[in-house]
Design a protein around this ligand. Structure first.
Ligand code: PLP
Length: 420
């Protein structure tokens, strides 16, 4: 028999969402009449912006004619999309990022995992990197590192020896503090899934300085950057490259999923500056940009011409206005949810620069106990905070990705729930 990748066997329990699905299925079997409201999984509900849809339909027509047909595209994506991204997402914000440092992909989740291919595999004791993740965390960062062999098997809390956990709690505003020890790779996500917290300019500058001082790489996930409310008066960078020094220490992941409703259409990108270097086995510096270019041309056929044309339309005047409209719609949901929950006595975080609310369970209930109660009494499905890590215990996450009528109905149902 062929040998498998044993590291997969270290993955603790199922992914959070299968367990939610199991409990929901058990409940509906007992209560088939219950009308459930799903406020758990963070998937968008509004259709694609018109500008993107029209651009994709035109691109379909292009593919139907000899003179406009496109076969395999460039491995890193079409220049016209990379240029639009560099201009609008970076240069207009004062970030020194060139089009050829932008790599188009099928989305941020895949890139988070694939990126580990160009970094040393194995744990730190065997030449690998020390990896730091926040707790709570978007589980993909952890599981992809487990698969790549960066850790030992999970302990009784579901945590992996070999990872450095940066605890994010109400006391530190859910913003990770610089660790006492050296970490080679540090995952930062701002605005954050699941807590909705954001890292302000001063805190991000501290991370950039730390990374440059230690030769670390920041893996900055900005999938929700379009949800930052610039009018709120907080100083929140949309990109890590707004911070001086980030070109030599940071990779940024971006996605059209939540910004333009592309969760099912699939497109995102990763930025790897040419100034970013790692070291080889004997300590010589090697540029990561060249390695990723090689990775993409060998392992990745780029996103379809049609979808890249759809993503390009995000940067047109109409596209920008329609995407802003989507964000405003979801953030109004978040505002309504936060107001209703707070009025009812819940302690709520997030929902101001992110489409997620991070809410304390009432009466000190565990996350899963409250999940069961919410399901049984209100027929609402939330996401238990403990599924995102130990520090998520005692919290639940609500997503603002929903139709307005559904949000209002959910808040109505919650208003009859006793909060101890
Ligand atoms: C923090 C974070 N990063 C990345 C992703 C995935 O993005 P994409 O749809 O581009 O793969 C998600 C999706 O929920 C997310 O929450």
């Amino acid at each position: 028999m062929a040998r498998i990748n044993d590291h997969y066997l270290k993955l603790s329990r199922g992914y959070l969402f299968p367990e939610i699905a199991r409990r929901v299925a058990a409940f509906t079997e007992q209560h088939p009449e219950a009308e459930l409201i799903r406020m758990g999984i963070g998937d968008v509900t509004e259709p694609l912006p018109e500008a993107c849809r029209v651009a994709m339909m035109k691109a379909v027509d292009d593919q139907g004619r000899h003179n406009t047909f496109h076969g395999y595209g460039p491995a890193a994506g079409y220049a016209w999309l990379r240029e639009a991204i560099a201009e609008h997402d970076f240069k207009l914000r004062g970030c020194d990022i060139d089009a050829d440092e932008v790599f188009i992909s099928h989305g941020c989740k895949g890139d988070c995992g694939h990126l580990l291919d160009i970094l040393a595999s194995g744990d730190a004791a065997h030449g690998g990197n020390v990896v730091a993740v926040t707790d709570p965390v978007y589980p993909v960062y952890v599981d992809t590192n487990v698969m790549a062999g960066a850790t030992g098997p999970a302990d009784e809390h579901g945590e992996y020896p070999g990872l450095v956990y940066l605890r994010c709690t109400a006391e530190n505003g859910f913003v990770p503090a610089i660790p006492g020890q050296k970490a080679d790779l540090i995952y930062l996500c701002s605005p954050n899934n699941p807590t909705g917290a954001v890292i302000d300019r001063a805190a991000l500058k501290r991370w950039v300085d730390y990374a440059n001082a230690h030769g670390s790489i920041l893996l900055f996930d900005a999938a929700y950057e379009s949800y930052i409310n610039d009018d709120a008066g907080d100083d929140i960078p949309h990109s890590v490259y707004e911070i001086e020094g980030a070109r030599t220490c940071a990779i940024e992941f971006r996605s059209f999923s939540k910004r333009a409703g592309f969760t099912g259409t699939r497109c995102g990108y990763t930025v790897i500056p040419k100034a970013l270097v790692g070291r080889d086995a004997v300590g010589r510096p090697v540029g990561l940009h060249g390695l990723w270019q090689r990775h993409q041309s060998t392992k990745n056929s780029t996103v379809s011409y049609i979808v890249q044309r759809g993503a390009e339309a995000v940067y047109t005047e109409a596209g920008r206005a329609q995407c802003d409209g989507l964000v405003r719609f979801y953030m109004e949901n978040a505002r309504l949810m936060r107001a209703a929950l707070t009025a009812q006595g819940f302690t709520c975080f997030g929902g101001e620069h992110a489409p997620y609310l991070w809410v304390q369970t009432p009466g000190g209930l565990s996350s899963w106990a409250f999940f069961d109660r919410l399901l049984a009494e209100s027929h609402i499905i939330a996401t238990p905070g403990s599924g995102f890590g130990r520090s998520g215990e005692g919290y639940f996450r609500l997503s603002a990705f929903n139709a307005r009528a559904t949000v209002l109905e959910a808040m109505e149902r919650l208003s009859t729930l006793a909060v101890a």
